[in-house]
Design a protein around this ligand. Structure first.
Ligand SMILES: Nc1ncnc2c1ncn2[C@@H]1O[C@H](COP(=O)(O)OP(=O)(O)OP(=O)(O)O)[C@@H](O)[C@H]1O
Ligand SMILES: [Mg+2]
Length: 348
């Protein structure tokens, strides 16, 4: 695979932007050629919307420059309420027929005006014969939200050639790094949202975004301990210790993790009810919020399913003289989505 067939993966979260550049290597593997992240100003990205495109553009421009990235073809993800992901069940059709059907019938599946959204879909081929039905994954994204990103990238002289969604990018990275065809819940816990994508035998069965994330833990710590948000964030990250308040710290962690686990269990229950033939056998966590100490054990105890932190670099090659393995270990969970985008091929 020629190196410039791959896009530069850019994951714009509400807390930070992450970028990953890969290069095709022998035997279908990839080499990491550039990797980095930078914090975004508060409120510059909210619920997947670019609230302050200038500020976000400046951070991305600087990051790309610092990493000496030359690739202009970028892929990015969108998330939040402006994106609808829906699995629909239709009579199996040929690709051209399916496209025509979706474009003429999309209105009945999505709650937005059809003229206001970009539509994409993928036949999951659960049925192929004309007398069978098949599942189709339908994605609709608000044009104005996507266009804000396109305008921002144009301002940076970057060429966005691919738009993905968070959950599917994580799935892509998971499939490359781990065994495919598992019944697995992929859960990304970011700063402001949790994305859940449960795969039945390797195919997405339940996909949802929930507006809870690691910021909630900071708020809970600030409330319970009666401290400012800055200090609460430091306590959360373990860079600040308040020994006399340790009980309250534990209380805040437990309260937040309990809420997270409740939401995860709801999604898993829905999955199990609809897919009894594919019992869930694994939960894999990514995102900065997944680094909360003790969360994996807590979740495993509550669900009875083994839980692991995702390592997006498990199967990637890199030059240890250029990329510090300790840095990779630290940043791993946050890089699930960026690596997943970076494995996508540009079709332009
Ligand atoms: N060790 C840790 N324990 C708890 N939270 C952590 C830890 N390390 C980082 N975080 C939190 O993870 C969040 C950043 O994670 P991430 O980069 O996945 O978010 P994001 O992608 O920017 O946000 P989102 O996807 O929600 O828009 C921050 O809220 C940060 O405080
Ligand atoms: Mg994120």
């Amino acid at each position: 695979m020629a190196k410039n067939d791959l896009v530069l993966g850019i994951d714009i979260g509400s807390h930070s932007v992450k970028v990953c550049q890969l290069k095709g290597a022998a035997a279908g593997k990839y080499n990491i050629t550039a990797l980095g992240s930078a914090m975004l100003p508060e409120e510059s990205v909210s619920d997947g919307n670019l609230e302050s495109p200038e500020e976000v553009g400046e951070v991305i421009g600087q990051l790309v420059k610092n990493l000496k990235i030359k690739n202009k073809k970028v892929g990015f993800t969108i998330s939040g309420y402006s994106v609808i992901v829906k699995k629909i069940n239709l009579a199996a059709m040929k690709p051209a027929e399916l496209e025509e059907h979706i474009m003429s019938e999309a209105e009945q599946y999505i709650p937005f005006d059809i003229d206001d959204v970009y539509i994409d879909f993928q036949d999951l081929h659960t049925g192929t014969r004309p007398d069978q039905r098949t599942d189709v994954m339908l994605v609709a994204a608000k044009k104005d939200v996507v266009d804000d990103y396109l305008t921002m990238f144009a301002g940076l002289k970057l060429n966005p050639v691919l738009v993905d969604i968070d959950g599917f990018a994580f799935e892509n990275s998971y499939e490359y790094n781990y065994s495919a065809n598992e019944n697995v819940a992929l859960i990304d816990i970011g700063a402001s949202k949790m994305n859940i994508n449960v795969l039945a035998n390797g195919v997405s069965a339940v996909a949802r975004d929930i507006l809870i994330g690691s910021n909630q833990l900071t708020d809970e710590l600030a409330d319970t301990l009666g401290i400012e948000l800055d200090e609460a964030e430091a306590v959360k990250l373990g860079t600040r210790q308040i020994p006399e308040m340790q009980d309250k710290v534990v209380e805040a962690f437990n309260a937040t993790c309990t809420k997270w686990v409740l939401e995860i269990k709801k999604a898993i229950d829905l999955y199990q009810a609809n897919n009894p033939q594919f019992p869930l056998n694994h939960i894999v966590l990514s995102g900065g919020g997944s680094k909360v100490v003790g969360l994996t054990d807590f979740l495993a105890n509550e669900t009875g399913v083994p839980v692991d932190l995702f390592n997006p670099f498990a199967n990637l090659l890199y030059n240890r003289k250029k990329i510090d393995p300790v840095y990779l270990k630290t940043i791993g969970p946050e890089m699930a989505i960026a690596t997943g985008i970076a494995m996508r091929t540009s079709i332009i």
